[in-house]
Write a protein that binds this ligand. Structure first.
Ligand SMILES: NC(=O)C1=CN([C@@H]2O[C@H](COP(=O)(O)OP(=O)(O)OC[C@H]3O[C@@H](n4cnc5c(N)ncnc54)[C@H](OP(=O)(O)O)[C@@H]3O)[C@@H](O)[C@H]2O)C=CC1
Ligand SMILES: N[C@@H](CC(=O)OP(=O)(O)O)C(=O)O
Length: 365
């Protein structure tokens, strides 16, 4: 058996960082050895730096790791560095890591729109990681050192949205109109400071800053093809796909729910049963590659009228699977459905780990 690869987590004390700690405990490929956070936390043992908010106990292995400042020199032995950094600080830090030759898999939004940075939902578009393959190949041919790179994970609501779309587009061609209304968990807002109790208790907040715009353009990057030379990806045009998102914060701890409606470009559309079957049959590439965290069932199509529900369905396939229910005809567009995804697993930390497992399977790290 090969030795485990050393990995690090930046932003290790936050909502996403804490999920990384849980998901990397006892991982067969990766050993979490290095943790980074703000100067407020640096120099402290993790157990003293973190305000642990998960329902699972803090894993033993992490308690005594001393948190570092987010400097590349402290993470130089990492095969991959996961970032759960506050986006206000992530930009220059992640660039410094990439320039130091490190592989960075980031949850932050800063580099998502760059055409030569893959924006990846690992159960949907892992083929965009070929951008990394091209960079490594070019450096190798030139006899240069292995370059660093950044791979971005999408916004957590975008991840849930694109999962059911992928098999539909693969089977029935483009979706030209798409609307979504989200009901997003409070863990999505992070822990510093996070959503206050008075705002969310007995309440719904119909605004999440920047979220609607991100969902609209990220969907059009994730579902777009790579350029012919596999070095970049551009957004689908408005003529190819129009996306409209409305985002709401609700009093749920984990798990983003989305009510979506869609129209196929090719008319007449497939039947309702064909739509459901294509989602049931979908096997993501990470599963085909045998990645440790890949879901056994990528999309769970639920038939009960009152599902999916966050508390009951968010942990399907350890949070790496997506649940879809209430699939039915839409009198305005073609079909509508309700989608549920775990925002800090397949929408954030879990997505990062699955991406790293794919990078490993492809010998990119
Ligand atoms: N929560 C979610 O579901 C999702 C979050 N994201 C993105 O992931 C990232 C992390 O989000 P989340 O975990 O929710 O945020 P949190 O606010 O919970 O955590 C932020 C982290 O950043 C660290 N940090 C703050 N300031 C600095 C600094 N100056 N230098 C270095 N580290 C710093 C904090 O460390 P300290 O404790 O020391 O202050 C903490 O570890 C964000 O970019 C977010 O947009 C993406 C998808 C989903
Ligand atoms: N904004 C998301 C989480 C998040 O931080 O997304 P992004 O990384 O796209 O800013 C939420 O509130 O649920």
């Amino acid at each position: 058996m090969c030795a485990k690869k050393a990995v690090g987590v930046l932003g290790a004390t936050g909502s996403v960082g804490q999920r990384f700690i849980l998901l990397l405990a006892d991982h067969p490929d990766f050993e979490l050895k290095f943790l980074g956070a703000s100067p407020r936390s640096a120099g402290k043992k993790y157990i003293d730096a973190v305000n642990w908010k998960q329902t699972e106990l803090l894993p033993e292995f992490a308690k005594d790791i001393v948190v570092s400042e987010c400097k590349a020199s402290a993470f130089k032995d990492c095969a991959v560095v996961f970032s759960g950094l506050d986006a206000e600080y992530a930009g220059p830090i992640e660039k410094e890591f990439k320039d130091a030759g490190l592989a960075v898999v980031s949850n932050a939004k800063n580099y998502r729109r760059e055409s030569d940075v893959p924006l990846v939902v690992p159960i949907v578009n892992p083929e965009h990681l070929e951008i990394v393959g091209q960079k490594l190949e070019t450096a190798k041919k030139a006899g240069a050192a292995k370059p660093g790179f950044i791979v971005c994970i999408s916004n957590c609501s975008t991840a849930g949205l694109v999962a059911p779309l992928k098999p539909l587009v693969d089977s029935f061609g483009p979706i030209d109109l798409l609307t979504t209304t989200t009901l997003q968990a409070i863990s999505g807002a992070g822990f510093s400071p996070g959503v206050s109790g008075i705002d969310v208790l007995d309440n719904i907040v119909p605004y999440i800053g920047g979220e609607e715009d991100k969902m609209e353009w990220e969907t059009k990057k994730i579902l777009a093809p790579l350029s012919a030379d596999k070095s970049t990806v551009s957004l689908l045009s408005d003529d190819e796909m129009k996306v409209s998102a409305q985002c709401n914060r609700v009093a749920v701890s984990d798990g983003h729910t989305e009510c979506i409606s869609l129209r196929f470009k090719n008319q007449p559309p497939p039947s309702l049963e064909q739509v459901k079957q294509s989602m049931r049959d979908y096997v993501c590439d990470a599963s085909k590659l045998g990645c440790h965290s890949a879901p056994k069932q990528t999309i769970h199509v639920l038939e009960q009228n009152d599902r999916p529900q966050p508390r009951l369905d968010r942990n399907r396939d350890n949070g790496y699977g997506v649940s879809v229910g209430r699939v039915r005809e839409d009198p305005v567009l073609d079909y509508k459905m309700v989608v549920l995804s775990h925002n800090t697993v397949i929408g954030a930390a879990g997505a990062g780990i699955l991406i790293a497992e794919i990078l490993l399977a492809k010998n990119y790290i």
